[in-house]
Design a protein around this ligand. Sequence first.
Ligand SMILES: [Zn+2]
Length: 271
Amino acid sequence: MKGSLKSSHFSDFLQPSQIIFNLKAKDKIQAIEELLDVLVKQKLVENKKLVLTRIIDRERLESTGLGHNVALPHARVDTEGEIAIAVGKSKGGISFDSIDGKKVHLIILIVWNPSLPGLFNHLFAGLAKFLRYSRFRQRVFGSKNKSELRGVLSEISLSFPQEDTIISRASLLMKLQEIEKKKKRAKKEQRKKLKEQANLIRQELDEALVARYDRLMERYGFAVAEVDVGVCQGCNINVATGLSSAIEGSNDIYVCENCGKFMVASKNKEK
Ligand SMILES: [Zn+2]
């Protein structure tokens, strides 16, 4: 049903029964299972085993721990439903292999259907945008009960990010480039596995983004360039100071005004 694309608030996808205020889980897999059980119980997910496998495969590719104590594990599954979400809060925190190494206190699990590819990106961008604000996160973590938590999360409105910024996907796009470069040199057997990994990433990135990526790859042999000391490594030209500092330390994707390639923060800087 196309209608759900018009939904403008996260709460449209989140009933109180889909929230666990105190997760019992002590580790990542347990937490994912605990949240999946909620979706099974609500009849939003049928094949728990399949979905669990998909989510774990996706986590192996790259942790969905966004940093700042938040994780957004997800899987794309061909089911009847549209999108199924479960939210869990953990007081003690759960290790999630997050970028910043911090334990996770809020997990938003998303199972989505490929028939509505735009919806997932819409949702992901909206969540990432709100959860990057520390004051918002503090209200989420400080909520006293389930209805208070749902109340805070309901403020999240869903919108597409700005054209030149794609939120929280830079490392994933970089990974796609690495995998596809490796694939070119790989032996036949390894190539199949790399193709599967690349498809996993392609499926969850925005269609327009992937189309642009493919055009750049075809033209230049690479599409994603690091920004090193304020210089786009795709064209060796200085990036505007404000933009450069915005890119630094973020996982957002920007587009170089000069060469049109995607720019991501230099990996060396992270260490
Ligand atoms: Zn450039």
